[in-house]
Design a protein around this ligand. Structure first.
Ligand SMILES: [Zn+2]
Length: 69
């Protein structure tokens, strides 16, 4: 599972792994193309090493909750 914030509806959505369309490996991060359950379009999210240092755009959630997902 993956927690995303939809840029269209600005809601936090919990997304099943099967909705991940593709994963692209970059030197500094992974780029996930995710089919959004909120608006139906595909958004690209960065994850991986830089995830922890993302700007405040990331939803405020306890770290333990993210690790469980
Ligand atoms: Zn969306």
């Amino acid at each position: 599972m993956l927690l995303i914030t939809c840029p269209v509806t600005r809601t936090d959505e919990l997304v099943a792994d099967r909705r991940i369309r593709s994963v692209a490996n970059h030197p500094t991060h992974l780029a996930l193309s995710v089919e959004c359950p909120a608006c139906g379009s595909v958004h690209v999210y960065r994850t991986g090493r830089r995830w922890e240092s993302r700007p405040a755009a990331a939803p405020a959630r306890p770290a333990a909750e993210l690790a469980r997902a």
